[in-house]
Design a protein around this ligand. Structure first.
Ligand code: C5P
Length: 232
């Protein structure tokens, strides 16, 4: 899998995202569209950004009964996205159904990755709210293995987990890692962070970078710095 920097376009309107992307002129960064933008603007925003020549990671984190996920994934696949995701907590059957739905007639399909445990879930909330009585690291790795066994391409994880995931599921199993910050930048609300260079070192396949690029004075320069540290 090719290493790339994915910009988290966490904007709430098409106008804001286009104003941002216009700054990149000839460049076509890989972009992540999340729930906020998708629910605000609908599938049209995916088509528009795709038409401009960007690769798209559609981050909608599906989690429902297998039949519903299968049918929904078929719709997302027709939007021609390059990567999408679901919650591994939906079970292996749900993940297998998702792949069936996502696979196009010609056999091609977007990259499908799983969320294991959200980074907002800590040991205490997992034990008390979800009644999962195992250590969170073990749960994350177990869900990653389930995703691999269901035929998924990889997981979203902290850069700190990327190496462990590769050791468990193989080096071709994709790790997509948020929580990336420049060494001299603001951490914001992220707790466990790594620089793009460290994420490269540890073997992340894709880094997802939001505010260090979107809130930068010069977003294009910040993006290029990520590419220089992570890809080149
Ligand atoms: O602005 P920032 O670089 O923190 O953005 C990171 C992006 O990655 C956001 O879209 C956030 O929702 C997403 N994300 C995350 N941690 C996860 C999963 C997704 O930060 N565990």
């Amino acid at each position: 899998m090719g290493k790339d920097v994915i910009i988290a376009c966490d904007f709430s309107s098409a106008a804001d995202v286009f104003k941002f992307l216009d700054k990149f002129e000839g460049k076509k960064p890989f972009v992540k569209i999340g729930m906020e933008l998708f629910y605000a603007e609908g599938p049209e925003i995916v088509k528009e950004i795709k038409k401009r020549g960007h690769k798209i990671f559609l981050d909608l984190k599906l989690h429902d009964i297998p039949n519903t996920v299968k049918k929904s994934m078929a719709v997302l696949s027709r939007l021609d996205v390059d990567m999408t995701n679901l919650h591994a907590a939906g079970t292996k059957n749900m993940m297998k159904a998702a792949i069936e739905g996502l696979t196009r007639e010609d056999g091609s399909r977007p990259i499908l990755i799983a969320v294991t445990q959200l980074t907002s879930t800590d040991q205490e909330s997992m034990t008390n709210d979800l009644l999962i009585n195992e250590p969170i690291d073990k749960v994350v790795m177990h869900y990653a293995k389930n995703a691999e066994e269901a035929g998924l391409d990889g997981v979203v994880c902290s850069p700190l987990e990327a190496e462990k995931v590769h050791n468990l599921c193989g080096k071709d199993f994709v790790t997509v890692t948020p929580g990336v910050r420049f060494a001299d930048g603001d951490i914001g609300d992220q707790k466990r962070v790594m620089t793009p260079a460290q994420a490269k070192e540890i073997g992340s396949d894709y880094i997802v970078v939001g505010r260090p690029i979107t809130a930068a004075e010069d977003p294009v320069a910040a993006y290029e710095r990520c590419i220089a540290e992570f890809v080149d």
